[in-house]
Write a protein that binds this ligand. Structure first.
Ligand code: GLN
Length: 192
């Protein structure tokens, strides 16, 4: 089985590179029919509003939501986190299956993008934040799994993980190992 990578727009190819590094086959997801042979899913960074517009006529997000609710391990980074969030400040909810409130572009404009030392999966690594969303709040069913200073920048609920940063641009060994286990075993993803 393959990992589906949403490929409407944005940095999906960087996630493909991560999957190649862990020898996981992948399927680019552009329409509902691409969802047939996947066992896990990645929603990349990019521009969430554009992704919402592109998929509208195909009802792709409705079909993705069904797969996620059935328990498919799903990772969303940056715009991917926005697509997953139940509530979006300065934006719109879409797939809406992760019990969190996020605020789009809350760290500032494109030129205020930054790199920061993130504690993720028990490991400290420099990761990029590119016009990232902020995780404002989350339900009790959600576990924080990534922190920058005291701020939560990654969360996990059941089979879903949302990160406001881009580990796929670093592809450090510990991230790749985590990714491999998560995609195989999303319900049991390790938390901090
Ligand atoms: N600012 C983008 C959005 O609102 C997200 C940026 C990213 O994915 N790097 O969708």
């Amino acid at each position: 089985m393959k990992t589906g990578v949403l490929a409407l727009q944005g940095s999906f190819f960087d996630h493909v590179k991560s999957l190649e590094l862990i020898d996981k086959e992948y399927q680019l997801i552009k329409s509902v029919s691409d969802l047939d042979n996947i066992d896990s899913l990645i929603l990349p960074g990019g521009e969430s509003t554009t992704m919402m517009k592109i998929q509208k006529n195909d009802d792709l997000f409705e079909s993705i939501k069904i797969k996620i609710n059935e328990g498919m391990p799903t990772l969303g980074t940056c715009a991917g986190l926005i697509l997953l969030a139940n509530d979006v400040i300065d934006g719109q909810s879409s797939i809406s299956c992760l019990n969190t409130v996020v605020e789009r572009n809350a760290y500032g404009r494109q030129n205020e993008s930054f790199e920061g030392l993130v504690d993720f999966n028990g490991n400290k690594e420099m990761y990029c934040f590119i016009r990232a969303p902020k995780i404002i709040s989350y339900a009790q069913t959600v576990t924080p799994i990534a922190l920058i200073d005291e701020e939560v920048v990654g969360i996990h609920e059941n089979n879903i993980v949302g990160l406001s940063f881009h580990p796929e641009l670093s592809n450090d060994i510990i991230y790749l190992e985590w990714l491999k286990n998560f995609l195989k075993d999303g319900l049991n993803v390790r938390s901090l």
